[in-house]
Design a protein. Structure first.
Lengths: 109, 200
């Protein structure tokens, strides 16, 4: 089966689009989501979230982190080796410093 | 096939993995930066309650002001992505415009940090006032220096692009600077939550 020049061009541009990440509108939407999440984080300072305060804050922090890394830094669309490089460093840091904090009895204080 | 291999070798675009050496190096660097900031953040978490005779975190933090700073840095990530997109479309004018805007937003953030540090010092929190003070200024100071270096990189890149002096693939160079900038933003996301929003 052969593709026409137009079909091949559309197919290639869709793939290229996937390799390069989101469209401009997509990035603006991601930024709007991040701004909304930041607003929610700041709201925890003014509104009493009770027992949900820490879980909400930490969850929002992690969600924002992964949105920026995945979409703005293109990690979601790039080769998995880059993801390995970054997450290896990140989880090594988390592991080492969680152990350090545990040594200082931070989690039981 | 031999011609392709020679072409890649001459331009140094790929390693044996088939990926850009430059990009691989940048991601490795960012992975190591996680260890740097992990150490600084952990130290702050341990010492944040050690205020001695000095002011407590709740007495010196201005959450509304820092929230605006955070928003400015977040928006700079959007403008950085727009710069990368423009570079990929070979739009030099768009690239330099968005790089300049990103640099200005970053400079605004740094200005906000300088104001904040000055205000905190005037309220009695110096670098050696307490362990909390030392840990706070070291952590946020290191981050501020990273942002400043990023601003210098961004504005330098604008000048280099205008003089058409970009070494190698322009889009890749802009992307690499973008990766550094987004990382700086990501670190602030963590700092803002753990340092400012979670009370000691």
């Amino acid at each position: 089966m052969t593709m026409t020049t137009a079909e091949h061009s559309d197919h290639a541009s869709q793939d290229e689009h996937a390799d390069h990440g989101l469209s401009i509108a997509g990035y603006v939407k991601v930024a709007a989501i991040l701004a909304a999440l930041t607003g929610l984080e700041v709201a925890t300072y003014f509104v009493d979230f009770g027992p949900f305060f820490m879980p909400v804050l930490l969850t929002l922090m992690c969600v924002k982190f992964f949105i920026v890394v995945s979409y703005f830094m293109h990690l979601k669309f790039d080769n998995k080796i880059f993801s390995f490089m970054f997450y290896a460093g990140l989880f090594l840091a988390i592991g080492v410093y969680a152990a350090a904090l545990a040594t200082f009895k931070f989690f039981s204080a | 096939m031999a011609d392709t291999a020679i072409h890649h070798a001459e331009h140094g675009h790929h390693s044996s993995t088939g990926l850009s050496n430059n990009k691989l190096g940048m991601w490795l660097f960012l992975g190591s930066e996680c260890l740097l900031f992990g150490g600084l953040i952990s130290t702050y978490m341990i010492y944040r309650g050690r205020v001695g005779e000095g002011p407590r975190p709740g007495n010196v933090y201005d959450i509304p002001f820092t929230s605006v700073s955070s928003f400015v840095l977040l928006m700079s990530s959007l403008t950085m992505v727009l710069a990368v997109a423009a570079a990929q479309k070979r739009d030099d004018r768009g690239t330099t415009l968005w790089l300049t805007v990103t640099g200005l937003l970053g400079a605004t953030f740094v200005g906000g940090q300088v104001y904040e540090f000055t205000a905190m010092y005037n309220e009695g929190l110096g670098y050696t006032t307490s362990l909390f003070g030392s840990a706070f200024y070291t952590l946020t100071g290191f981050h501020g220096v990273h942002v400043t270096v990023g601003v210098i990189m961004l504005l330098s890149l604008v000048g280099i692009i205008k003089r058409s002096n970009v070494p190698g693939d322009k889009a890749e160079v802009v992307e690499l600077v973008g990766l550094y900038w987004h990382f700086v933003d990501v670190v602030w996301i963590i700092i803002f939550t753990l340092v400012y929003l979670i009370p000691a």
